[in-house]
Design a binder for this molecule. Structure first.
Ligand code: GRG
Length: 304
């Protein structure tokens, strides 16, 4: 395997880091719940601590390590800040005013289990909690003020109107329309790509990566972001809701997809090209980073 790691090594790596991220998420929720009512606590826990691949935090930890950072519990706390944003976005995305989804990660969505009101409030509480979590983790890792602010800024910019929120808005506006390639790329660069890109950048920044390496990490992140979305569309078109653990499909929601735009075969080729682009960015950064290489492939080889 040219990517620098065997499938068995990658599986062990994912499992080990996911367990550490899950522990950090438990800590994060425990810090937050004193300020929440019982029903909002339950919704927070439901949305944050159950299921998920934890891809964004794992990418953050891998970038931190690849850039010479020494992994400590606070590295996982930093990485978990990304998952807090991701969790809120999924909880809100599933609400009736957005995708009105029944199933997520193989379980009823948070609002189906615990109600819209608690889900809305839990999701909103997670946004500032994530920023505070990133800042606190940077301090615990010994980052100076400038670096801690840069890391936290990267998270908030990716989550904001220029990133995920703006992408979601384009997604909602685009329902029932056939978006062209540029429109679809822009939507997903913001909706999905921005947070994936920030995962890499935050890990690199926290480890003190120079700006040349930061730029390469961003390019790696942008490339796997696009590859991730193409793979998502392929899975959406070829697998059942039961296998994917989510419902409804994008097609049922009238969304434009890469499969509809390019067909299955070309969509697969384009995803491969983006993985190559990600690996070239690592080469340019002169980062050996075997796990980042393996993760780039995982993004398109995953089964859900
Ligand atoms: C009010 C306009 C407005 C926006 C609010 C709701 C929201 C912000 C944003 C939603 C963004 C969104 C749903 C992005 C989807 C990202 C995505 C591809 C999710 C699936 O990621 P995986 O496969 O999921 O990593 P797991 O379950 O493994 O964590």
């Amino acid at each position: 395997m040219t990517v620098g790691s065997t499938p068995g090594e990658l599986a062990t790596y994912l499992e080990t880091h996911k367990a550490q991220v899950d522990a950090a998420l438990e800590r994060a929720v425990a810090n937050l719940i004193d300020d929440l009512s019982a029903e909002v606590r339950e919704a927070t826990s439901h949305g944050v601590t159950t299921g998920g691949k934890r891809l964004r935090p794992v990418l953050c930890v891998s970038a931190y390590e690849a850039c010479g950072g020494r992994i400590a519990p606070a590295t996982y706390d930093l990485a978990a800040s990304l998952e807090l944003i991701h969790a809120y976005s999924l909880m809100h995305d599933d609400l009736p005013c957005m995708d009105d989804a029944d199933l997520r990660r193989g379980r009823p969505t948070t609002h189906r289990d615990l109600g819209e009101d608690a889900t809305m409030r839990a999701g909103a509480a997670l946004i500032p909690a994530a920023a505070l979590q990133a800042l606190g983790a940077c301090r615990a890792l010994g980052c100076d003020d400038g670096r801690a602010v840069a890391v936290t800024r990267a998270l908030l910019e990716a989550a904001g109107a220029g990133g995920m929120v703006g992408g979601q808005w384009l997604d909602l506006l685009g329902e029932g329309q056939a978006l062209d390639a540029d429109e679809l790329d822009e939507l997903h660069r913001r909706k999905t790509g921005a947070l994936l890109e920030a995962s890499l950048l935050m890990g690199g920044l926290a480890a003190g990566a120079p700006s040349r390496v930061q730029a390469c990490l961003r390019e790696y992140g942008a490339a796997i972001g696009l590859a991730f979305q193409i793979a998502d569309d392929i899975l959406d078109a070829t697998q059942s809701a039961e296998t994917l653990g989510k419902n409804p499909s994008d097609a049922a929601l009238g969304k434009s997809t890469y499969v509809a735009l390019y067909g299955l075969e070309e969509a697969r080729e384009r995803a491969e090209m983006e993985v190559d682009r990600a690996l070239e960015a690592l080469d340019r950064a002169e980062l050996r980073a075997p796990m980042l290489r393996a993760l780039a492939r995982y993004v398109i080889d995953r089964k859900k």
